[in-house]
Design a protein around this ligand. Structure first.
Ligand SMILES: [Zn+2]
Length: 210
């Protein structure tokens, strides 16, 4: 009831195409956009030794969804985006007995500016669906690096080198979660840090690949 009332004041629209949605909607992605993303079959690729699973390309509808979540702060879209990632998880990772889900962290300063970490929102939803615990304090971003958008590929690897700290994950199988995979520099740096602290396996589950 409260949702309907709020929807009346702030009419809900699809995060993918901007179309207005029914006041009773529970999802912020319309059927057409959902079906489109689901039609882009999730993919596995390898970033050196790291298995990376992505749901779709970072363009059009998928890009709009990430922008709405991350830069416009429409946090409830996280649940819709995570659903695509859960679909990919079920296709490629289910039954592999992972121990923990770890979101790629933001530096405290960036976190204070944005007020939330989109990767954490996604990780929490995936954890809820898969029953694999999400632990947001395992990885910490210790260097407040400038945005990766300001660098070319080589620069991006340098920028995030040694930017993370990890607690012990000895013998654990870890799923790293993030919203966008570009050069893989950030994910690789996280992976390296986790492996140094004993991770038995690390895979990355990311919504979109740029
Ligand atoms: Zn739409």
């Amino acid at each position: 009831m409260i949702r309907i009332l709020l929807n009346f004041i702030y009419p809900p629209y699809c995060g993918g195409c901007g179309k207005l949605l029914p006041l009773t909607t529970k999802s912020l992605v319309c059927d057409e956009c959902r079906n489109f993303i689901l039609s882009c079959a999730p993919q596995i690729s390898f970033n050196r030794n790291l298995k990376v699973i992505t749901c779709t390309k970072y363009e059009g509808i998928a890009k709009n969804l990430v922008v709405e979540l991350k830069f416009k702060g429409i946090k409830s879209l996280g649940r819709d985006i995570a659903k695509f990632m859960i679909f990919a998880f079920e296709k490629f990772l289910k039954g592999d007995n992972f121990d923990v889900i770890v979101p790629v962290p933001l530096h405290k300063k960036r976190m204070d500016e944005r007020g939330f970490n989109q990767a954490e929102i996604l990780a929490r939803e995936i954890s809820r669906a898969t029953k694999i615990p999400m632990k947001k304090h395992i990885l910490k971003r210790t260097k407040n690096t400038p945005s990766q958008r300001d660098f070319d590929k080589k620069g991006r690897f340098e920028n995030v080198k040694n930017a993370f700290f990890s607690k012990s994950v000895n013998g654990k199988k870890v799923i790293l979660v993030d919203d966008v995979f570009t050069t893989g520099a950030t994910i690789s740096s996280c992976e390296k840090t986790l492996r140094e602290k004993g991770a038995k396996e690390v895979v990355a589950l990311v919504f979109a690949r740029a």
